[in-house]
Design a protein around this ligand. Structure first.
Ligand SMILES: Cc1ncc(COP(=O)(O)O)c(C=O)c1O
Length: 373
């Protein structure tokens, strides 16, 4: 039967899939370079680690290539045990996946059905919106408050169909955090049957802040923590993320998960990265220094920045037109930063903190663009 004949009788895809749009990647760097006549493009648009990946990881991958003919260890017990030891939990409390986004996808697939609703904020990680929409689940979004999660408004919006609440701390793309006190009050108001997904993709950049509520210090039965090797460990291209939660929740996630994700090289790489404390410390130091420098410089340029606890800074330009002018000017000078209409923040721009040189070039590009106006 052809698709067109079939579609007369039955829909090819459900309406919520019909209305989705495929992810639109940016132009490949080589194409952009040609178009703009540039020799080099610095990507400060994706919150990647400008230090690259740890050398220890490259070595582990090279060694792991000898095992490429084999499927990865089913259940990922070695890597899960290493994570369990590091975070002082049981192996049964640890999930791994091809990026934390894959674990998020499995959580959505495992727990949401029928008239369940999810609750979150406007202006948070777009990947979450996409996954929920792809499943056709109703999503309620509360407005941001001062560019951060309004936990009071979120708790007030819980209804009898609310099944899952997504929080992101620090929040992408705003960089803000909610504090221990706010989180504790919030959790006291969330019914136990409501799952809270706490996305801590940028945890390593925030944990030093004393008021930051590291979800692993609470061990709440209805909280699932998500973390990643993509950011602080510089391994975004490998796709390796992990999560923690109550045994029962992790068991359901494992039932849904593709049995052999993440791939075997990611397993090797994760084990090596966990041992590489020096790389992590170097990343955190680079970020702290970059944050201090960019904070001072953005203030000097009169750009309105939102205080950030992550490896990026968001600025508020006041209008989409101004934001796009600055974005285009910086792009023409060889630096990609992130406009945020898809996140629901069209008047803002997000820039990743890079190496000292990248940060200097970013400031120069911002300054030149502003002066040219
Ligand atoms: C808040 C947040 N969660 C999850 C992810 C995805 O992480 P991963 O690469 O582990 O899938 C990102 C990536 O940008 C992110 O910003």
């Amino acid at each position: 039967m052809t698709i067109s004949k079939q579609s007369k009788k039955r829909r090819l895809v459900p309406p919520h899939v019909e209305s989705l749009e495929a992810y639109k990647p940016g132009k490949p760097p080589d194409e952009l370079k040609k178009e703009l006549g540039l020799e080099r493009i610095i990507n400060l648009a994706s919150n990647e680690n400008s230090l690259g990946a740890p050398k220890s990881v490259a070595k582990a991958i090279a060694e792991g290539v000898a095992n490429l003919q084999s499927y990865p260890e089913s259940g990922g017990l070695t890597l899960r045990a290493a994570l369990a030891e590091r975070y002082r939990v049981k192996v049964e409390n640890v999930a791994i996946g091809s990026g934390s986004e894959s674990i998020l996808a499995n959580i959505i697939r495992a727990f949401l059905h029928d008239d369940d609703e999810v609750l979150t904020t406007e202006g948070t990680f777009i990947g979450f919106y996409v996954l929920v929409n792809a499943k056709g689940i109703k999503m309620v979004k509360v407005p941001l408050k001062d560019y951060g999660f309004d936990l009071e408004a979120i708790s007030a919006a819980i209804n009898e169909r609310t099944k899952l609440i997504y929080l992101c701390n620090p929040n992408n793309p705003t960089g803000t955090i909610f504090r221990r006190k706010e989180f504790e009050k919030f959790m006291s108001l969330v019914p136990e049957h409501v799952l809270v997904v706490l996305d801590e993709a940028y945890y390593e950049f925030a944990f030093k802040e004393p008021s930051y509520p590291d979800s692993m210090t609470y061990r709440l039965d209805n909280v699932l923590t998500l973390r990643t090797f993509s950011k602080a460990y510089g391994m975004a291209g490998l796709r390796l993320g992990y999560g923690f939660g109550h045994d029962r929740l992790i068991d359901f996630i494992n039932r849904i998960k593709l049995p052999f994700e993440p791939n075997i090289l990611a397993h090797h790489a994760g084990m090596a990265a966990l041992q590489d404390r020096d790389f992590l410390l170097k990343t955190i130091k680079m970020n702290e220094e970059g944050m201090a420098y960019l904070t001072t410089e953005l203030d000097r340029l009169g750009l309105r920045r939102i205080p950030s606890y992550a490896n990026f800074i968001m600025i508020e330009m006041g209008s989409q037109e101004k934001a796009m002018r600055l974005f285009n000017g910086v792009m023409r000078r060889g630096i990609a930063i992130r406009p945020l209409p898809a996140f629901g923040l069209p008047t803002c721009l997000r820039m990743t903190i890079g190496t000292e040189e990248e940060n200097r070039l970013l400031v120069r590009a911002l300054e030149e663009t502003l002066k040219a106006e």
